[in-house]
Design a protein around this ligand. Sequence first.
Ligand SMILES: [Zn+2]
Length: 628
Amino acid sequence: MKNLLQRQPAFPLPTGRSRLAELLGTDGNKTVHPFWGWVPLTSLTSVARPSPFGSQGNRSGNRTGGAFPSGSRAGGSFPLLACLFFSLAGCGKAAEPLVVLFCLDGASPWLVDELRDEGKLPTLNRLMEAGVSGPLRSIESVRLSLPQAQRGLISPAVWTSVATGVTPARHGILDFVLPRSGSSFVWIGSRKGRPRAALELGEISGRPPFRLRFRVRAHAKVEKQTLEVVFNGVSLGRAPVGKSWEEGSFALPESLARPSRNRVTFRFARQFRPSGAEKKKDDRPLAGALAKLAVVDGKDRVVLELDPVLDRVALGHGFYPPEAEFVDVQSSDWRAPPIWSSLGELGHEVGIVGQWATWPAYRVNGFLVSSYMGLLGVGKRGELPGLTWPPELADRLLPLVPPDSAVTKILRDLYPEGCQADSPERLEAFRSVIWQDEFYDRIAQELLPTMEGGLFSIYFEAIDVASHDFLPLRAGEPLPEGCPESVRQIVDEVYRQTDQRMERLLRLVPDDAVILVLSDHGLVSRGRRGSHIRDGIFVAKGPKFRKGARIHGASVLDIAPTLFHLFREEIPLAMDGQPLVQIFEAKFLESHPPRWTARTFPLPDVEAPGAGVNEELMERLEGIGYMD
Ligand SMILES: [Zn+2]
């Protein structure tokens, strides 16, 4: 599948791309017609809708012929040709909906209802009255970077479930950060008795003979360490272990393997017991550390692999919490394809702004403004590669960087100098997300008008951070010294500003566009902080939707299947969610029942792996309190 993508010189340039191409100053793949202006050459030469995965041969055949599949959803040669004769633009709109997705991190249904009643959210109110709405159930993931791996509603994990229609366990974006490949390890030591630790391997399938492989090292202060490895109660052997990482390997007799619940135990001969000053720093007795463990079959293929951080559920007694070098999530970490890649493969145009873990940017059928774009501080701008797809788009967007004064203006009225309602780090983090929302807003103002159909998505984060920091003050917690009453209004104000941002962007799209507004979870005031609750918001307005209806039981997993159905595509069976049929008018559903397909889509073709931790993101996460 990956090869298929690599073979392609470029994604098709559908009709809607032409204005983006103009913006970028590129006009390849286009020809000029005296009557209807710019028309992609491709629309004239390839009219039938492509079936990218049903017939790979055809697809590459198309490409070598120089003809791209049309991005228009005319559905066949007759309607499209008719379109070309009459009005290309009008026809394109009728055939391909424009779907605008507003992703509002942390927007709470209860607070939206309150603010609507007070008339502070006219745009959202209008959308809810003209469309369907209801709570959106979030999904938990695991904070891998915390010693105890707490479960929780973790924004990048939830938004990636929105984008893929699968659970965090399947898409792999489990936390804000993931262990850098090969960096996970776990210490073995025992406060009582000899140091030993057990791992639960589960089923071992594949072709014997099997071998057990692992990376191991002795604690720096233990001389002449030896390790014995025991499998299902039978010793596989004993070997000396040095102080630097080394590979160990033992034959794993097939006769010892059980159908399930196979268990391997590591027994060290001795361990280091700290005393005095050392004990104050770390009082754990430590024998040695274990990194990756794998079972390989007779052909040296890995049939089972355990990473101490990712698979900590396999760690039995005798292990301390696993450790690793953590790196913020990046586009190369995705294990399931985002909907903008899959829809792009099917010929739909996409425009994505600021979704989590989308750096480095990769090829899409349209544009992708990566998650690092919003992190560009003044002075660092433009130095990073991979900020956008197409790459040259970044140069066009960087002049839109909001001046500091724009952010100050947003804050000044509510939050005067001298008031310390929160820690300086948290305030800095709050400031930086306001800056990001403003930047993404400006980018959307520039790019949204280039789209005539397809999927556009934009991510706003300030509601989440404002709610974490200021919901308790809104709920009546005592005001810190030097702070005016207006500080209690910050959350309301950020909601109002976000509503205005949506209003301005909606002026740029046609009335028949499909509008979706979502959040990944809500928040409530708990103690001195806002904390997550499971229900986020779901609002949908469009020509085929019910009007003014409340829906129940929608899940973040259902968004991607619903989008497939909106674009009249078969829904991949691999998705964990269901299309939200209850949002559509009965008449539309009768003529367009959901259809499913066993087809799978390739992962994005991420060319360069990320360079490493983005300091600004880590600072912001710390500021918000995520990395405490
Ligand atoms: Zn969130």
